[in-house]
Design a binder for this molecule. Structure first.
Ligand SMILES: [Zn+2]
Length: 336
């Protein structure tokens, strides 16, 4: 499938909205495209609030002197935590960087998965590039983004450092979301459509204030092999899927279809989503799973950022824009 057409939550949400409107219970048709266009970023990976929170808290955990530099640029980094998702709409090859369908690498008709080769060239030799891109290239992309950040530190280019820092955090966080590791990413294959936004947007938005994001499982920040760990991350994310789906099924059985959904006002739109009652019960059945994946995301961001800086030779951190970045900013301003 063309990666541009495989815009995960966006495409699944289109289906969901169409289904809902076909019952006569949803937005008037002339609002449909407008609502989708406005809301689709909310429905992509972690959601606005969680992505921003992950970056914000990860900065807090980074050791000095990188901490001081990131803290001084906190506002920009938090603001741009979702840029990678916004690019899915306009950049060919972007969409597949946010996920990997691990179950596509499993044995047919079994739950067992077999990780593809961790080196991109070996993976291409085994599966071919088109198949890999169709199944998602999340873990390989992490290494490329990590190398981008090292290059940016070496160049002491403030703009590049900030962009690479925000992007790396985004992709790392996405791969901590269980539903980013399966072809059943929005429950369409199991009759659980809408589960993507439920898990990664509605639960964090409703319960994030209760999460303990301070006590992180960081043993050491400097890890020269940190990019290897992404393969354990996606395995762990994939293992979480059984509970993601079973908890939704149990919640629906207990509350019944009539209590499962409600119309929610989000910004200037009205949207049919899981009800607050459903979100609360689902969250309790997940046994802290969303909080755990969020804290792991925060720890990973902190470790990867710091390790990239160390691997770049611990260069002084730019306070002012370099000549290169100043020139680039001027060119961008002119062609806008
Ligand atoms: Zn994403």
């Amino acid at each position: 499938m063309n990666p541009q057409t495989k815009l995960r939550c966006q495409s699944s949400k289109h289906r969901w909205l169409i289904d809902a409107s076909s019952t006569g219970s949803f937005l008037p048709s002339h609002h449909f495209f407008l609502a989708t266009a406005i809301l689709s970023p909310l429905l992509l990976s972690w959601g606005f609030a969680a992505h921003r929170k992950i970056v914000d808290v990860a900065i807090h955990h980074v050791p000095e002197p990188l901490h001081g530099f990131l803290k001084a640029n906190r506002e920009w980094l938090v603001e741009h935590a979702l840029d990678a998702d916004l690019r899915k709409h306009s950049v060919i090859g972007e969409a597949e960087k946010h996920y990997i369908d691990l179950d596509e690498f499993g044995e047919p008709d079994t739950d067992s998965i077999r990780l593809p080769p961790s080196h991109w060239k070996d993976a291409i030799a085994k599966y071919g590039e088109a198949k890999l891109r169709d199944r998602g290239i999340g873990p390989w992309n992490i290494r490329w983004q990590f190398e981008n950040l090292i290059d940016a530190f070496e160049a002491r280019d403030k703009n590049r450092i900030l962009r690479s820092t925000a992007d790396l955090a985004h992709y790392l966080s996405d791969l901590h979301v269980p539903l980013h590791t399966t072809k059943n990413y929005d429950g369409a294959l199991t009759g659980q459509s809408g589960i993507h936004a439920l898990w990664e947007t509605q639960v964090p938005e409703s319960h994030m204030d209760e999460f303990d994001l301070v006590n992180l499982p960081i043993i050491q920040h400097w890890n020269p092999q940190c990019t290897d760990s992404i393969w354990r991350v996606i395995q762990k994310s994939h293992e979480c899927l059984a509970l993601v789906f079973s908890a939704e099924e149990e919640t629906l059985n207990e509350l019944g279809e009539a209590n499962a959904f409600a119309f929610c006002v989000r910004g200037r739109t009205r949207q049919k989503m899981h009800s607050a009652q459903f979100v609360d019960l689902y969250h309790s059945k997940l046994q802290g799973q969303v909080e755990q994946r969020m804290t792991r995301s925060i720890a990973a961001c902190s470790i990867y950022w710091y390790s990239a800086w160390v691997m770049a030779g611990q260069p002084p951190l730019p306070v002012e824009q370099t000549e290169t970045s100043r020139l680039r900013a001027m060119i961008e301003w002119i062609i806008k």
